[in-house]
Each structure stands twice: as structure tokens, then as C-alpha cells.
Design a protein around this ligand. Structure first.
Ligand code: DP6
Length: 322
């Protein structure tokens, strides 16, 4: 039976992807840089079964239908079109982290799905080609093919937009402490959000300035320079939220606790603690810090009113077959 099992981890972007120049192909408006997260994993198995009359997708033990299933089928159709495989597939995906804690599961989901679906169909692709394919399923998934610190290139053509590792996981002891401020499901997910980006008059300025942020961020990572990394990570997050908040309709993902955490993080950094924040399309705050400071920062975060939980992850490894 043509079957394969793969594992991938989510990632947190330091310079963020928001908006596409081609929504269908997920060709992003700007490049981005992320850290793959250790210990958080999605495992996905793909089995092509001749007896199936359509694909099936099981997520954390429950069978999915509707949009979730359609998105997986669309991705499998693309992979099948590159091979001789004509059978439908049974896909089972399991996350070892709960949904709704502010850690994007679409990145690890589509990275592991791409790897497993290609392997089961007999395709042996290099990481760059896998990254390109994973991008079609979920933009941020192209970064989760790689471990450590990763850069995704923006381009006008499918062939030229993929991710690459800029430094391995053991390059730098950075820790992501995710302060969970709400477990509620977000009203507007990333895919719909990307489509709104260009309705904000601030998006052109954000995109135009992206090469500067990317160079500063990459240089700070390569030099292990936290004091240069922190302001650019916070500025990039703030610029994305400025675009979100000024799109039509506007997207305001922050809750009172989100703002309280951001303010506390800035205060702590002024007092000399190496920590900065980054917020994705949700209310939870990713607090990036050096590992020496992580215990102290985690305790401080837990003491903030409205913080429900703090999750911890260092830099993790690449997507792999099991
Ligand atoms: C705010 O990759 O989840 O986390 O391509 O539609 O699946 P789709 O969107 P997705 O967007 C991620 C948005 C972000 C920033 C980032 O991770 O770069």
C-alpha cells in the first residue's frame, strides 16, 4: 500500500507574511523569516487507497468535512497531478499541541502533509521543491520544511518562491514563550486575512520597507545579537497589526491581556531583560527571549492578569519522514 508518515513543527515568524501578490499560488507580498519550534509536532500519514471514492481527512481523531477537507483535497490533487498516482487518500493528522493556543497548526499540517503525500506517491523531492509545494497548501508551511532559522523568498513566479535555512537550530539559544490570552477560535483566519491586506492603505508602506526589516533581522540572527533583533521583531509585528487594523473590514486580534503583555515586555526589556514580543493573527503573545532569561520571563508572564497559560519552545528541527 502506498503509504507514508511524516512529522513537522510549526514556526513563529520574526518578519511576517501578510498579504499575497498571488492569492491562489500563495506568492507572498513580502519575504519572511521564522524560527521552527521544537517539541511541537504534527504527524501526518497519507495512504493512497484504490477503494476510496474521495479523499478523507482525520484531524486529531475526528473526521473533517467541508472547507478543511477541501483544502487537503486541493493540495493532494496538485501532488497527484505531478505523479502517476490516481487513487484517493486517507489522511490522518495528529497535533501534540492543542488548537487555539496561538501556535499556527497550518504550517506544520501542510509541511507534514506535503512530505507524506509526496513520499507515498513515490516522489523523492529535495527540501527546496518540498518547500515550494508546501507553500501552495499554506504559505507559512514552506518555512516548516526546514529547522532552525528560516527565510522565505517572495517572488512573482511559483518556481522562485520557497524557503531556505539561514542558521541551524543549535545556532542560538532563543526561546519562544507563548502567553495564552484567549483560547477562543478567531473569527477571521489567516487565509481570509491575507486577502484583506491590500485594502489597507498602510500595506504598500509595510511591503516596501520589508527588505530593510529582513536584512536587519537576518543580520541580528547570524550575529546572535538580541539587542538588534528585539526592536525589528516588535516593529514588524506592529506593522502587520497596523495593516490588519486598517483593512476593510478591520481586523483587531488583540484582547486587553495582549496589550498588557506587550507593555510589560517593553518594560522588562528597558530594565535589561532580553525579551521581545511578536503577535500573529490572534490574541496570544509570542515572547522571544534568550534561554538564560526564560524561567524568569515565564514566571513574570504567568503573574499578568488574563494570562491563562505559558507554553515554551526553543528552535526545532526540519520536517522528516518517520
Ligand atoms: C500572521 O500561512 O497561516 O502567522 O497561507 O493562508 O495558510 P495561509 O496563511 P498562513 O499565514 C500566516 C500569517 C502569520 C504570519 C507568518 O507566519 O508569517
Amino acid at each position: 500500500m502506498p503509504t507514508a508518515l511524516a512529522q513537522a513543527s510549526p514556526n513563529i515568524a520574526f518578519v511576517k507574511y501578510w498579504g499575497n501578490r498571488n492569492q491562489g499560488l500563495r506568492l507572498p507580498s513580502n519575504g519572511s523569516i521564522s524560527m521552527t519550534l521544537e517539541g511541537l509536532e504534527t504527524r501526518t500519514s497519507v495512504s493512497y487507497l484504490p477503494e476510496l471514492t474521495q479523499d478523507e481527512f482525520w484531524l486529531d481523531g475526528s473526521q473533517t468535512r467541508g472547507q478543511q477537507l477541501e483544502r487537503v483535497t486541493k493540495h493532494l490533487d496538485h501532488i497527484r497531478s505531478l505523479t502517476d498516482m490516481r487513487s484517493f487518500a486517507s489522511v490522518e493528522s495528529q497535533n501534540n499541541f492543542p488548537a487555539g493556543v496561538g501556535i499556527a497548526s497550518s504550517a506544520s499540517a501542510f509541511a507534514s502533509l506535503t512530505l507524506a503525500a509526496c513520499a507515498a506517491a513515490g516522489m523523492d523531492l529535495d527540501p527546496k521543491s518540498l518547500s515550494r509545494l508546501a507553500r501552495l497548501g499554506s504559505g507559512s508551511a514552506c518555512r516548516s520544511i526546514f529547522g532552525g532559522f528560516v527565510r522565505w523568498f517572495a517572488a512573482d513566479r511559483h518556481e522562485e518562491s520557497y524557503a531556505e535555512q539561514i542558521a541551524p537550530a543549535n545556532h542560538w539559544g532563543l526561546v519562544d514563550l507563548v502567553a495564552v490570552a484567549s483560547r477562543q477560535h478567531k473569527a477571521i483566519g489567516s487565509t481570509a486575512g491575507h486577502a484583506l491586506a491590500e485594502t489597507s492603505p498602510l500595506q504598500p508602506a509595510r511591503v516596501e520597507d520589508a527588505p530593510r526589516r529582513l536584512e536587519l533581522c537576518q543580520a541580528a540572527i547570524l550575529a546572535r545579537d538580541f539587542s538588534n533583533l528585539a526592536p525589528i521583531v516588535e516593529q514588524d509585528s506592529n506593522m502587520m497589526h497596523a495593516v490588519m487594523q486598517t483593512s476593510t473590514p478591520p481586523l483587531l486580534y488583540w484582547q486587553p491581556a495582549t496589550v498588557a503583555i506587550m507593555q510589560a515586555v517593553r518594560e522588562w526589556r528597558r530594565a535589561g531583560i532580553p525579551v521581545c514580543y511578536s503577535v500573529d493573527a490572534g490574541p496570544n503573545v509570542h515572547c522571544l527571549c534568550l534561554d538564560d532569561a526564560a524561567d524568569d520571563v515565564a514566571r513574570r508572564l504567568e503573574a499578568i492578569e488574563g494570562v491563562l497559560e505559558v507554553r515554551r519552545a526553543g528552535a526545532g528541527g526540519p520536517a522528516r519522514l518517520l
